[in-house]
Design a protein around this ligand. Structure first.
Ligand code: MG
Length: 162
């Protein structure tokens, strides 16, 4: 078993699409960044890389590389998940927390869980996703940033043990 942890934060700006966990969030602002700036998928990607001991998302997909300009973060996560498979590791479960002051994500949470499960090719029951506000504190609380944390558990060699 290996555990991995990921964190990401991006500023919120007017005139950008907000994409969280691969799902478009309607509103006036979106996450600024080189790629589509999906803080949720970036945190999950880093958690898997962390569990594999294989660096971080910035090393794999540098924001100085034009190839990743406006990149679809689901494709980046898919590549890293395939790396886990190539290492003989199965994803046991993923747990995500999103930190966003507004809008409320309640109506989108099921779609977000399903999207993450789809990219990782695991059952949706293995994906936890919570959303919370920052109670008005700091950049997140003032609606100037969105952040996410993720933990992932990988299990190696399950086929051999069964
Ligand atoms: Mg990021």
């Amino acid at each position: 078993m290996r555990i991995g942890h990921g964190f990401d934060i991006h500023p919120l700006v007017a005139g950008r699409r907000m994409v969280l966990a691969g799902v478009e969030v309607p509103g006036e602002v979106g996450c600024a960044g080189h790629s589509d700036a999906d803080v949720v998928l970036h945190a999950v990607t880093d958690a898997i890389l962390g569990a594999l001991g294989m660096g971080d998302i910035g090393e794999w997909f540098p924001d100085t590389d034009q190839a990743y300009k406006d990149a679809d973060s689901s494709e980046l996560l898919d590549r890293v998940a395939r790396q886990a498979t190539a290492q003989g590791a199965d994803i046991v479960n993923v747990d995500v927390t999103i930190y966003l002051e507004r809008p409320k994500l309640g109506p989108l949470k099921t779609a977000m869980r399903e999207r993450i499960a789809g990219i990782l090719e695991i059952d949706v029951s293995r994906v936890g996703l919570k959303a919370r506000t920052f109670e008005g504190f700091g950049a997140i609380g003032e609606g100037r940033a969105a952040a996410a944390t993720a933990v992932v558990l990988l299990e190696s060699g399950r086929d051999r043990e069964e």
